[in-house]
Structures are given as C-alpha cells and as structure tokens.
Design a protein around this ligand. Sequence first.
Ligand code: PXP
Length: 243
Amino acid sequence: MSPILLGVNIDHVASIRQARLTRYPDPVQAALVAEQAGADSIIIHLREDRRHIQERDVHLLKDVMLTPMNLELAMTDDMLLFAEKVRPEFCCIVPERREELTTEGGLDVAGQLTRTTEACQRLQEAGIRVSLFIDADQDQIAAVCDTGAKVIEIHTGHFADAKSDQERQGKLQKIIMAVEQGIRSGLRVNAGHGLNYQNVQEIACISNIRELNIGHAIIARAVFTGLAGAIREMKQLMSEVRR
Ligand code: PXP
C-alpha cells in the first residue's frame, strides 16, 4: 500500500498567541518542530477575521519552511491576490463564514462553477497547486473536474461528528465512495477535518488517500506531550494501517 502523508495544521498555535496578543507561542517555531518530527507539509488558514494566523506568519513561514506550505483561503479577491504574491506550494480553497467556530462544510463547487474555475486558474497561473475542500458528494467531485483543480480534500468532519454508529458508518461509506470517484477522475485525494487519535485509523486505512490534514487534535495533545511527540504518535497511527 502507498504511504500516507501528514499535513499538520498549526493554526491553533496562533490561536493561543492571539488569545493574549503576546509574541508566543510562535507558529513559525511550531512549523520547524513539526517538520523535524515528520510533518510532510504545514497547513495554515489565513482567515478573513485573522483570528489565528496573521499575514506576518505566512511571510515568515514561507521563508523558513522546508516542507510544502498549504495555505487555506476563502475564495475572495483579497485572498487570491495575497496567495498570488506569497506563492505557497498548495492553496486549499475553503468556504468561510465569520461566525463559524471552524470550517463547517465543504465548498459548493457545483453551485459556483465559474467563480471557482476562475479562482483555480488564477492560482495555477501563479504556479500554485490548487486543492478544493469538498464534502464527500458525487456532484461536487464531478464539478471539481470542470474547474481544472487537480486535488481535492474530502471533508471528514461529518464522519468525526456522527452521533451514532450507524450514522458514522454511513458517513464513512460516503467518504470511501468519494475517494474512489476522485481517483477514477484522476484527482489527488486528501482528507481532513475533525480527525483525532481515536478516529484517524478508520480514514487512514482508505488506501487511495494521499494525505491527511490534521490540526486541532495534534495541538491539543501537544499541551501534554509536546508537539514533536504528538506528531510522531499521529504518524505512527496512520502508518500502522497502511502497511
Ligand atoms: N482541512 C481543512 C480544509 C480545514 O479547514 C481544517 C481546519 O482548519 C482542517 C483540515 C483541520 O481540521 P482539524 O483542526 O479539525 O484537524
């Protein structure tokens, strides 16, 4: 089975800093520790309300990181302009609402095909690989193929939040089918959101998923074990089910 990569989202290191407007903890330091501990890429979400990652973080990270940067962003002109200037290796377009606690649903690519296609073109012309964060939904995957994006990230949050075993199994089956459809369509398939030390193996064992993007659970575990240990533990769980 092919190995699975771990993208570590360090937004919540910045959340702790922003809670007191201090200079620490610094997401730049977190990224370097994460890379040493085996993170395959570093993910940051520059939200429009700047509640965690700041523009300064993105610029400094771009200078020092050795692994690819995956910049999550809303599909607005300001954010696209910013990404064109910074030129991260990947951009993941996500829907964004100011009042949400975290990204709540996938992007409605089918419902805004022209706008999404134009955004993908702009980013790709700047040399950025574009990923679209979508629900495990047939119509959305079909629509992605019309945008020119070559990567999808399937939203695992509904699976992670399922209230019963039956609901959880239903969500898992949808993810498995979405991964197959993505691969058949020639896309690179990543997945993420809501994954933690308890549920990650059910998703990591889906053999065609290339990368998992995980943030909150790793940063939360790091409070007790340190960031490097938290990342190693997550990678170990992921790779155990890919042998
Ligand atoms: N993938 C995307 C597109 C996200 O927006 C987020 C949250 O920022 C994640 C993955 C990581 O989610 P979590 O913090 O729940 O691991």
